[in-house]
Design a protein around this ligand. Sequence first.
Ligand SMILES: Cc1cc2nc3c(=O)[nH]c(=O)nc-3n(C[C@H](O)[C@H](O)[C@H](O)COP(=O)(O)OP(=O)(O)OC[C@H]3O[C@@H](n4cnc5c(N)ncnc54)[C@H](O)[C@@H]3O)c2cc1C
Ligand code: SF4
Ligand code: SF4
Ligand code: SF4
Length: 383
Amino acid sequence: MDKICERNQCIGCGLCSNICPKGAIKMIEDKRTGHFVPQIDTQLCVDCSLCQKKCPGLREIESRSQIKTYAAWRKDISKIKGSSSGGVAASLYERAVEEGYYIVGTYLNENFQVKLKITNKKNDIELFKGSKYVQADTGFVYKEALELLQKGEKILFIGTPCQCAAMKVLVEGRYENNVILVELICHGTPSQKTFREYINYISKKKKKDITKIAFRSERGVELSLYSGEKAFWQYKGYEDDYMVAFQTGLIHNETCYQCKYANKDRSSDLTIGDFWKIGEKRVFQHPECKVSVVVASTEKGLAFLQGCEQLILEEREYQEALEGNPNLYSASKKNLKSEMFWNIYADEGVSRAYSKTIGKRLKKIRFKNNVKRTIKKAYSIFK
Ligand SMILES: Cc1cc2nc3c(=O)[nH]c(=O)nc-3n(C[C@H](O)[C@H](O)[C@H](O)COP(=O)(O)OP(=O)(O)OC[C@H]3O[C@@H](n4cnc5c(N)ncnc54)[C@H](O)[C@@H]3O)c2cc1C
Ligand code: SF4
Ligand code: SF4
Ligand code: SF4
């Protein structure tokens, strides 16, 4: 076999490389966009077609209507620090570890690569906190998960809906009862390659080594690059090239624009995201912290969620969640400049690709906001 599915069907989940009995599949970066794609060693392949049978890109998805929808946040607001929203993911992980589950989450390693990891250590929950707006490298997490399930262990898996779909395929007909799948509402994923090249470009331009990265801050979506304890690059979601490219659908994986999982009916036990626009049309006593939306689509997911003592759950109408969050029911639209971006990127690199597509407008926005910040700072000194 030399191809599992079409390029625009491949979500880059890596399940094929985890299950190939001959170890014939390696995940590599796609030449054009850098997203993960499988590469088959035809010398090793024995044409068993297991990879095709299991490939989530080639499958119809089974989904269910929601049972209950909640606004959710941690009782202890101080523990939300580091989480992107109301801290639901960390609370679910905590309950899981206390009950003897293994947990799967995504972390940034020391080289700022975004990777999935399976663990049963409570300390690792801190690493999983916070959204990393990049396609994660799943490595051999599915293989490790299967080995643990075969030994009778239980797993709580949190990831993008397509990663959850891969996990679902892996366990179907065998270990469903021992797995809880929690999918993020997902806007789409840029590749690690474009992210890596972008931060390297900023690092070089500013002559600073990066020691820490954050995609969100107390002020919301914001890319912060630190050198030591000081942020030398800190721009909001509407000021930073990469974040704007992410938010406007310029650099997603091709599959994201036709995402099969972005439906009102969901395919995991629980779906979590930001509860944007809560309280706009229906009364909500805001708890002075960020608030998550949680949608339960199975009784198993609902029971697990309700047993999370660290969480405050307030039942809301599903319609309210849908109104505030388009990616809960539809895929992100492809930016009209996307093809232009990839063409320039191939010839001239990432910084030129940004500056020739979205960069000019952003430069002006950044300049204006920098002037405002400087005036505000000066004013506060002389006040
Ligand atoms: C690529 C991406 C796109 C998103 N798009 C939306 C959106 O359109 N609308 C919306 O409401 N929410 C979106 N989210 C989810 C949102 O940012 C929060 O993660 C969510 O609200 C949960 O917040 P929390 O405070 O409960 O968890 P947090 O403490 O923020 O935990 C985040 C969880 O996400 C996992 N995670 C982080 N990065 C990745 C990644 N790259 N791949 C897979 N898993 C990851 C972590 O392992 C952890 O389980 C997106 C997240 C990602 C990673
Ligand atoms: S299993 Fe996943 S990575 Fe492999 S071909 Fe299918 S979608 Fe792509
Ligand atoms: S057909 Fe079988 S041996 Fe060949 S790559 Fe797929 S899973 Fe591996
Ligand atoms: S938008 Fe869909 S295909 Fe793209 S990463 Fe998210 S879940 Fe996967």
